[in-house]
Structures are given as structure tokens and as C-alpha cells.
Design a protein around this ligand. Structure first.
Ligand SMILES: NC(=O)c1ccc[n+]([C@@H]2O[C@H](COP(=O)([O-])OP(=O)(O)OC[C@H]3O[C@@H](n4cnc5c(N)ncnc54)[C@H](OP(=O)(O)O)[C@@H]3O)[C@@H](O)[C@H]2O)c1
Length: 234
């Protein structure tokens, strides 16, 4: 029987890549988006993923992707909005950075949800998952635009959950530190680890576990699942 695929945006590295690999391992067909060709994308192809090149930096990139997606499939099991840029508020580039973060974290999920909801309406289980950020709980001193755009994504979770129920569940995942970047120094790592009660760098599997919880549970919608190691307790 034809099984509807799960779409994951920005899956060429780290959390998105891990979730794509684990879904494939667990027998789900997967479609991923990527911006640059690289070994990880070729590896996903050999594992059976469909890959679509997409850049959400402008509206044309988003609508072009929606067209390509609709040529690729006539149904989806889920959409996982993972693509993201973690960009600071750089002096002199504030407006450009704000627009870019708005494009990736809000406009792309907004347009993709509006124009692909029909692909999720096949009568079976269907989900949209927004990967947000725990930073929206209290804002950020150095990533103000990033935090604001992720807070906007949280709000999309509520509106789409209400408007697409009962056919489609819509939830968010709000991670805090999951995985360091290779160039994070010892001092940064020490400080970051001290910010949570559990004090570990858990790795991407905790996001896969959260994603599976949201996909597998039929009674959860309009919720954002905090995955922050108890950061709110410190
Ligand atoms: N890692 C953490 O500790 C952490 C903590 C809190 C929240 N999160 C959230 O979890 C998610 C995954 O995190 P991550 O660390 O794995 O992210 P990441 O390493 O920064 O990867 C994000 C992906 O998004 C894609 N992307 C960026 N801008 C794009 C654009 N304009 N159009 C299309 N794709 C674009 C990139 O594609 P290319 O590589 O092809 O350029 C990249 O593969 C993100 O939503 C992030 O905000 C992560």
C-alpha cells in the first residue's frame, strides 16, 4: 500500500539529518530539503529519501519549493519545519538579518502549511511539527531577531492547530541546547551546560524521540513540547 511520506526541511546536517535517518530506519518514507549538495544528502538518497533543493530566503524560493513538492507527491504523513538560521543581531545588518529570519522561521512554514494542508488531508494520521526554540520563553540579549521569529513560529502552532483540526494535528518542539557547533570553545560549552538542571549535551536523538511522541499520540495538538534539560529551573 502507498505510504505517505514525511517532509523534513533543512535536513542535510545535525538534528534534521538525524531525524531523517531515524525515520527511514523506522520504515517511514521521507522527503528532505537541502540548499547545498553534500555527502549527507547523497547518503540519504541511497537510504531511499527523496531530496528537493529549496532555499526559503525569499518568497519565490518558498513558492517554487511548494510547486516542486506537489510534483513529487500527492500526499504527506507529516511536515516537520526544521530549517533554521541561528544568526546574531549583527550591527549594520539588522534589517537584512531580521527579514531573513522572518522568511525562514515564519513565512516558509506559514505558506507551506497553507498551500500543502490538502496533501495532509488523506483521512489518516497527519501532523505538522514546528521546531522552535526554548529561548522564546525569556528572549535573548544577542539573538533578538532570532528569538522573535521563533516566537512567531510558536504562535503559528496555535493558529494552525485550531484551523486544521481535527484532520491535522499541529505542534511545536522547543529545544534548548541539543548539540554544540564544532567551533564552540570550552568556555562557551562549560557556561552553556551550566544553564540547565540536567547539565548534558543530549544529542539529536532526544528530538527524534519528541517528534515520534507527537506523531504517535492522537490526542495532542496546539502544544509546544519543551526539551530543555530543565533550563527553566536554574
Ligand atoms: N542544535 C541545537 O542545540 C538547537 C537548540 C535550539 C533549537 N534548535 C532548533 O532545532 C532545529 C535544528 O537545529 P540544528 O542545530 O540541527 O540546525 P542547523 O545545523 O543550523 O541546520 C539547519 C538547516 O536549515 C537549513 N537552512 C538554513 N537556512 C535555510 C534557508 N534559507 N532555506 C532552506 N533551508 C535553510 C540549512 O540547510 P543547508 O545546510 O543545506 O544550508 C541547515 O541544514 C532548528 O530549527 C533550530 O532552531 C536547535
Amino acid at each position: 500500500m502507498h505510504q505517505a511520506p514525511i517532509l523534513i526541511t533543512g535536513a542535510s546536517q545535525r538534528i534534521g539529518l538525524h531525524c531523517a535517518e531515524r525515520l527511514l530506519e523506522d520504515g517511514f518514507p521521507v522527503i528532505v530539503t537541502y540548499r547545498r549538495e553534500r555527502d549527507s544528502i547523497e547518503r540519504l538518497r541511497t537510504l531511499g529519501a527523496h531530496t528537493l533543493k529549496a532555499d526559503f530566503s525569499d518568497e519565490a524560493g518558498i513558492t517554487g519549493f511548494i510547486g516542486a513538492l506537489r510534483e513529487q507527491t500527492d500526499s504527506l504523513r507529516a511536515i516537520v519545519h526544521n530549517a533554521s538560521e541561528w544568526r546574531p543581531d549583527a550591527p549594520g545588518q539588522e534589517a537584512e538579518a531580521f527579514r531573513q529570519l522572518f522568511q525562514v522561521h515564519m513565512l516558509a512554514p506559514y505558506l507551506i502549511n497553507l498551500h500543502c494542508a490538502d496533501l495532509l488531508r488523506h483521512g489518516g494520521p497527519a501532523d505538522i511539527v514546528h521546531i522552535g526554540d526554548d529561548v522564546t520563553r525569556k528572549g535573548s540579549k544577542k539573538h533578538i531577531a532570532y528569538a522573535a521569529s521563533k516566537a512567531g513560529l510558536d504562535n503559528l502552532t496555535l493558529s494552525f492547530a485550531a484551523s486544521l483540526a481535527p484532520a491535522i494535528k499541529v505542534n511545536g518542539i522547543a529545544p534548548a541546547l541539543i548539540q554544540f557547533n564544532p567551533d564552540d570553545d570550552e568556555e562557551y560549552r562549560r557556561k552553556a551546560l551550566a544553564k540547565s538542571a540536567l547539565g548534558i549535551e543530549p544529542g539529536a536523538e532526544v528530538i527524534y524521540q519528541s517528534l515520534r511522541y507527537l506523531l504517535d499520540n492522537p490526542y495532542v495538538t496546539g502544544t509546544t513540547l519543551t526539551v530543555n534539560g530543565g533550563r527553566h529551573l536554574i
